[in-house]
Design a protein around this ligand. Sequence first.
Ligand code: ADP
Ligand code: MG
Length: 397
Amino acid sequence: MDPIKNPFAPGAGTAPPELAGRDELLENIRVAIERVRLGRPTKSVLMVGLRGVGKTVLLDRMRDEAEGAGIQTLRIEAPENRSLPAMLAPELRRALLRLSRNAKAKNLAQRSLRGLAGFAKALKVKYKDIEVGFDFDPEPGLADNGDLEHDLQALLEVAGAAAQKAGTALACFVDELQYVEEEQLAALITSLHRTAQRKLPVVLVGAGLPQLRGQMGRAKSYAERLFDFPEIGPLSEEAAKIAIARPAKALGVDVTPDALDLVVRKTHRYAYFVQEWGKHAWDAAPASPIRKQDVEAASGAAIAALDESFFLVRFDRLTPAEKRYLRAMAELGPGPHRSGDIAQQLSRTVTSLAPTRSQLISKGMIWSPTHGDTAFTVPLFNEFMQRIMPERDWKKA
Ligand SMILES: Nc1ncnc2c1ncn2[C@@H]1O[C@H](COP(=O)(O)OP(=O)(O)O)[C@@H](O)[C@H]1O
Ligand SMILES: [Mg+2]
């Protein structure tokens, strides 16, 4: 059918035509943010899950809904190798400038902007990537200690007080939180703990790979009590079908039940894969309805597109030793796997492979569900590794 009208939207962070199966989670976040606004005890929320399950699009939707409800939002994506204060400063500035237009919040918002100026100047020594415009001169003694943990606390406290005056809340939406360094996570946790104790309306809605939960616990042992960690997994069978059927229907196209069943099976209900199969099945179908054989015919193209867009971007950033490690894991199946079994595949010791394993963890390729276990952070990555590094040559590669 006409590819121009194709509604499906595979892509990292690309909003789907139908955000299927996430209503309950969206409602929980809405409630949490509204509770924060009222100063009721509420946990911040960190969504954890593998790549491609739909965390980023959820975060974006939650943010849009919060903005619609008059919440002041900050949106940050933590890339590798950038500091949290550098990413936070300009977003906080935008929120504070908006707050300073509110008559009740004006004074505190301006004071916060002074705090932000002091914060940025003092921390610039350590976090050289901080770049933020100054609207006011710093207020000596306010958030300008040069110690992130202390200064972030002071800054979020005064900013939270400004939000409170305006009858709103500050909600920070942070994606890829697993890339934030431990001491910076610790500062964030302490600051949120402080604002929560003071009943100030500041809340974090974050997303990250599954290792985030452990990272937070290591950064501050009480983090597990301070946050909820909803796990974002594959869609339910019903949601996966809705994700395909509804956007098609909206364009007058039906999808047969056995075609939907096959999409469920081929994609294992992973959101990214569902979009990819939807897209290619649409293109493959001659006319409505999209049938089982169209889904079947689309599979080759869907897998090729996934390899290009979803898998290869990750694979290309790896060293040869890292690739071999992942390939050895793939040999053992989808996982998780024991470190000893992986080492055995490579005829190496666990200790000698430890540096490679930890590099792969910090690159976000693998994680450790329990001590000594290793799992992929990308669904079906084992199958991809077998495609890209075929049996015959990987051991000598
Ligand atoms: N609930 C959903 N229903 C349908 N498609 C979804 C859903 N969530 C995500 N997607 C699609 O899955 C893909 C990956 O989403 P993304 O948010 O980037 O995942 P993550 O951030 O977890 O890696 C995108 O193409 C998006 O449109
Ligand atoms: Mg994402």
